[in-house]
Ligand binder design. Structure first.
Ligand code: FUB
Ligand code: ZN
Length: 654
């Protein structure tokens, strides 16, 4: 039986101009565009997967795969074994959008899509079009590579969202049938499969489905998948049986078990290893199960993963995954800026993980990382026009080098129209469309306001909060709180780590001394109306990396509020790497309405070497003369929206 807080969020409307713009983009551009792509009617170029291990595809074929599986068309499957997930993540994004912008035309499309999915689903609940069309005899036979549970999990997530918004019972019934199919096939019983998927996802999806349906079997199965991971040689046994050479995805056979977080039982894994998206999806599922079951050892596992990722393996933009080889984590403090990965999906997954950790523990650091992802690592994955996407989000890009150096060819400096492996575009869409779910968390009846995204929110017990600001450009956040209940209510407000030295809070106009406990200040809100005014420190700040990060030694990154900034070549007079910020240099901040849809730019005092260079590759060192200049910075998320230019986040510091 799920215990639900009395104060939980009932209704929320985003009023933030920054996020409204993005959410309108989802409705007006992103969803129609992606629907066309998945129906193969968009005239686009599909870019190779930035890891470089896919076959080149001319079309997505994702809808057609479902039509073939449903028996409505004849043909072969096209794309990855998990091609269906593009459709499901799109459906999930569409579902969230229907809540904030009802749209009959879109809902007709999505209702029909549900009909199609139902037709494609098999009698026993199975639905993965690749295996239905190409290899029915191999269902659940090679889970290390197959992505079958990953694929079904994505449908379950979409179904929970779609049912929640539209009450379409059919959508939920398909998910229930799917989950029942897994409950039947997986476990330690006779004729059951004692294993799990190579790509975690199903754990978090089953936990969501459990919360929507309260069917215990789904939570038990999520727990089973988590507990089974890394216990024995399940993957090898399956592969021997299925045929060693019969890979489903080229290149995956050689990755070690740690790549799949399957080298040891999860509770024994000391660090975050392997494929970054897999890690954070697994962590999200573990955090949900820890919350729903009270499993303390699982919570400790989540904390351990969290600390390793956030304190040793995360880019300042929130990007994770330091190498394209396996889209994976590497060692602690290994954070190269130019050969890195930082997959958009990994940032989305990190936001899921942060949100789940906030439900477990009221610590501001979870909100800090969530904010970092929302304002940097996630939205850098989508262009301002909504139809171009980054898979890899570098902190340094150089077009010339990327086009000649194979170890950097995955680092694009122009967002692509689509990918052969198109996991990121619909992932970023569903996150933006559901950003309203990431603003408040209710924990032990305390309402935690951890994201500064203007909104009007109503909670189950009658509390309403109107939060207004011009964030992320301005740091004044106003709250009008109506407490219509008979008792005082507690709310916690996150004071971001970057503003903890300087933040001011007025309650009904009177300043309150801030006592920050684990990143939050707590207030008793009496019956009636209370106004709060929080002023955050929006000064421009320089950050340095831990000295173990060799790539950033002697460099700084610039941040203002939640936004990390970067230097893009189009704004400068010369190459980006030549600028050095001066010791006592000043910053000038200016909001420029005509730049990149309206962004705050930063002008920093800098130096440029004046010494003339010869054509010699090497020459004897001569002390350079410098000239004083300025360098212009723009928010990182907005780079690569003009000409295709070079960029860097970490800048030389005098
Ligand atoms: O393997 C499925 C998805 O494709 C992963 O989550 C992404 O990293 C990409 O590899
Ligand atoms: Zn992705």
């Amino acid at each position: 039986m799920i215990t639900r807080e009395k104060n939980r969020l009932k209704k929320i409307e985003i009023t933030s101009p920054f996020w409204k713009q993005y959410r309108e983009l989802i409705v007006d551009e992103v969803l129609p565009y992606q629907w066309e792509v998945m129906n193969d009617s968009a005239d686009i170029n599909i870019t190779h997967e930035p890891g470089g291990n896919d076959e080149h595809q001319e079309h997505s074929h994702a809808i057609q795969n479902l039509e073939i599986a449903a028996g409505l068309k004849k043909g072969t499957h096209n794309g990855y074994t998990f091609q269906d997930t593009d459709v499901y993540k799109w459906l999930e994004a569409a579902a969230y959008s229907l809540r904030y912008q009802p749209n009959e035309e879109l809902q007709t499309i999505t209702d029909r899509l549900i009909d199609l999915i139902e037709e494609a689903q098999e009698e026993d609940g199975y639905l993965v079009t690749f295996f239905q069309i190409e290899a029915p005899e191999r269902k659940f036979a090679r889970l290390k590579q197959s992505h079958e549970l990953y694929t079904m999990g994505h449908y379950m997530e979409a179904a929970v969202a779609y049912y929640d918004v539209t009450q379409n019972q059919k959508a939920l019934s398909i998910a229930i049938k799917m989950a029942d199919c897994l409950v039947e096939h997986f476990g330690h019983g006779a004729d059951q499969i004692p294993g799990y998927d190579g790509h975690p996802e199903i754990e978090l999806a089953l936990a969501r489905l459990y919360e929507a349906t309260e069917k215990q079997a789904y939570l038990t199965l999520a727990e089973f998948f988590i507990n089974e991971r890394g216990q024995d040689d399940f993957f090898d046994r399956q592969i021997q049986k299925d045929g060693f050479e019969r890979d489903l995805i080229d290149g995956m056979r050689n990755f070690p078990l740690s790549y799949y977080q399957a080298a040891e039982p999860v509770r024994e894994q000391a660090t975050a290893e392997g494929h970054a998206v897999r890690v954070v999806y697994l962590c999200t599922g573990m955090a949900q199960v820890a919350r729903l079951t009270g499993d303390k050892s699982l919570l400790a596992t989540c904390q351990r993963f969290w600390n390793n990722i956030v304190k040793q393996k995360m880019y300042i933009t929130g990007g994770i995954g330091s190498t394209n080889i396996g889209e994976a984590f590497t060692g602690n403090y290994d954070l190269p800026n130019d050969t890195m990965y930082g997959e958009t999906c990994a940032s989305v997954g990190m936001a899921f993980f942060a949100q789940e950790m906030l439900k477990l523990e009221t610590k501001g650091e979870y909100g800090d990382v969530l904010e970092k992802e929302l304002f940097n690592g996630i939205i850098s994955g989508i262009s301002l026009d909504g139809t171009h996407f980054f898979y890899v989000n570098p902190l340094q890009a150089d077009q010339e080098i990327s086009s000649h150096n194979p170890s950097r060819e995955h680092v694009l400096n122009k967002r692509a129209e689509w990918f052969g492996c198109a996991c990121c575009p619909s992932n970023v869409a569903r996150l933006i469309a559901s950003v309203d779910r990431y603003i408040y968390t209710v924990k032990d009846e305390t309402i935690l306001s951890h994201q500064f995204i203007s909104n009007m929110a109503t909670f189950e017990n009658g509390i309403t909060i109107q939060q207004t600001s011009n964030y992320p450009w301005e740091g004044m956040v106003s709250y009008t709180i109506e407490n219509n209940s008979a008792e005082a209510q507690q709310i916690g407000i996150r004071i971001p780590e970057w503003s903890q030295k300087k933040a001011q809070l007025l309650i009904d106009g009177v300043e309150k001394r801030l006592q920050v406990i684990d990143g939050f200040v707590y207030l008793e809100i009496p019956t009636g109306t209370t106004t709060l005014q929080l002023t955050l420190d929006m000064s421009v700040k320089k950050y340095q990396a831990n000295e173990k990060v060799v790539y950033n030694f002697g460099k700084v990154a610039i941040q203002r509020g939640p936004l990390v900034y970067c230097v893009e070549e189009t704004d400068q007079t010369t190459d980006v790497w030549k600028y050095t910020l001066t010791k006592e240099g000043q910053f000038r901040y200016a909001f420029e309405a005509d730049l990149l849809g309206g962004v705050g730019a930063i002008y920093a005092d800098a130096q440029l070497p004046e010494t003339a260079h010869t054509d010699a590759l090497y020459q004897e060192y001569r002390t350079p003369q410098f000239k004083e200049t300025q360098v212009k910075l723009i928010p990182y998320y907005a780079w690569a929206n003009r000409t295709s230019e070079n960029m860097e986040v970490w800048i030389n510091q005098q």
